[in-house]
Design a protein around this ligand. Structure first.
Ligand code: NCD
Ligand code: ZN
Length: 429
């Protein structure tokens, strides 16, 4: 048998780095062998000595905007950032304009994504306006997303959501409202007071209480405090199956970034104290969180530079720099090698797709990464429309050199090899 492609080199397989030949045929990984036993192939790539082969990364929390927010990001620029960051699958949030909470909205988003995406994708739907649409929505979307403003509707929708994935933005709306009333004329530095860590913990408690035993697969995203992460761990000790992710900004940055960078570093949930960030970092390090997600949340620079606290939208881009930062922390000995799973295999599993691992039968999604050099994060170079980052100037020791998606070379040495619309909905019903 002659396979489509063999990629050879030092590869991350089953938690370790080994010399291997990965054979891909018809989009799937069909054999993993010693290079000496590699099957004959139409095409062959060898990752050189300074490079490693990783599974394509999976980012389970991104905002690729488009439509009425295309000035912030669109599906082409957003997925180009992903590709350049070694990410082959993104899961996109519904808080767009128009907001995605019906079959019609979802179909519109799918149309745009299918027209422009360079990497594969999954779509979340907001809490459905009409629960009768849930079965149809589920054929397209990988799950539902709930924001604080939707919590009150959850009890009435739980039955229809049963059996599916529900991703939770955990901040208790009552605490947010209380704080809002107590701080008159808030300034940027008040962000963490207006949205305290306790709001996250309380929200987790509330949602766990309401949804317990109702057959919904809960995933708590962008957790920003040690106590929140412990709540999830504790719920699992009691036989729950909730999962969670944190971001690199909550693990590596603190509220000092807000003092230094102002609105650029405004994000929900807010960056916390240094000691809180250290807890999140240690949760990542000890794999107490199930996944890492970028919460890639691009906004126009002029929006981020506004003077008034309320006028500055929260969030910043992350897709393109995530993998290089993770690998740098691994190379520096600050994180263990298998933290890679938090950004590949684990989120894929939560999302219910056979991706994110170099494993037989999985999609042929690979990232070849060059290690050992030193590059500086420079937001001006990002493919995202949002050309700023709180990680500006950070030195990274890894660079994505090539990406394969379903066995197709999609990106090589700075060159884009696939065209708009190559990316597909990865939903596996
Ligand atoms: C997100 C956005 O901009 O869409 N912003 C953010 O600060 N994280 C919204 C969100 O994920 O809550
Ligand atoms: Zn988000």
């Amino acid at each position: 048998m002659i396979v489509d492609l063999v990629v050879e080199g030092k590869a991350y397989i089953d938690g370790g780095l080994v010399e291997a030949a990965i054979a891909i045929d018809d989009g799937r990984i069909v054999s993993i062998s010693n290079p000496a036993n590699a099957p004959e192939s139409e095409e062959k790539r060898v990752a050189g000595s300074g490079s490693i082969i990783l599974p394509g990364m999976v980012d389970m929390h991104v905002h690729l905007r488009d439509l009425n927010q295309a000035y912030k990001e669109d599906w082409y620029t957003g997925t180009l950032s992903a590709l350049r960051g070694g990410i082959t699958l993104v899961a996109d949030m519904p808080n767009n304009d128009p907001y995605v909470a019906s079959l019609e909205d979802l179909r519109l988003k799918l149309e745009v994504a299918e027209e422009k995406a360079l990497v594969d994708f999954l779509l979340y739907c907001g809490l459905p306006r009409d629960p009768r649409e849930v079965p149809e929505i589920r054929r397209i979307a990988c799950g539902f997303k709930i924001y604080p403003e939707d919590y009150s509707r959850l009890p009435s929708l739980l039955e229809s959501l049963s059996g599916g994935l529900l991703v939770v933005h955990a901040e208790d709306p009552e605490i947010l409202e209380e704080r809002r009333k107590s701080v008159k004329d808030p300034r940027m530095a008040d962000h963490g007071i207006l949205r305290p860590g306790i709001a996250e913990v309380r929200a987790i408690e509330k949602i766990l209480n309401v949804a317990r035993g109702r057959g919904v697969k809960l995933h708590f995203t962008h957790l920003s405090t040690g106590d929140s992460i412990l709540k999830i761990a504790h719920s699992r000790l009691e036989n729950g199956n909730a999962t969670c992710d944190s971001t690199l900004h909550h693990a590596l940055l603190s509220s000092e970034a807000l003092e230094r960078l102002g609105g650029i570093a405004k994000v929900n949930p807010p960056l916390r104290s240094r000691s809180e960030a250290a807890k999140v970092f240690n949760a990542v390090k000890s794999m107490l969180v199930d996944a890492i997600a970028s919460d890639h949340a691009p906004h126009a620079l002029e929006e981020k530079l506004r003077e008034e606290y309320d006028e500055v939208p929260p969030g910043f881009p992350g897709l393109e720099i995530y993998l290089p930062i993770i690998l740098t922390l691994i190379l520096d000995g600050r994180l263990p090698l298998n933290v890679i799973n938090l950004y590949s295999r684990n989120p894929a599993k939560i999302l219910g797709v056979r991706r994110g691992a170099i494993s037989l039968g999985f999609d042929g999604d690979l990232a070849i990464v060059e290690l050992g050099g030193e590059w500086r994060i420079n937001a001006a170079d990002l493919a995202s429309k949002a050309k700023y980052t709180p990680f500006e100037g950070w030195a990274v020791k890894a660079r994505v050199a090539g990406v394969f998606i379903r066995g197709v070379p999609a990106y090589e040495d700075g060159e884009l090899l696939v065209s708009k619309g190559f990316g597909r909905n990865a939903r596996e019903p």
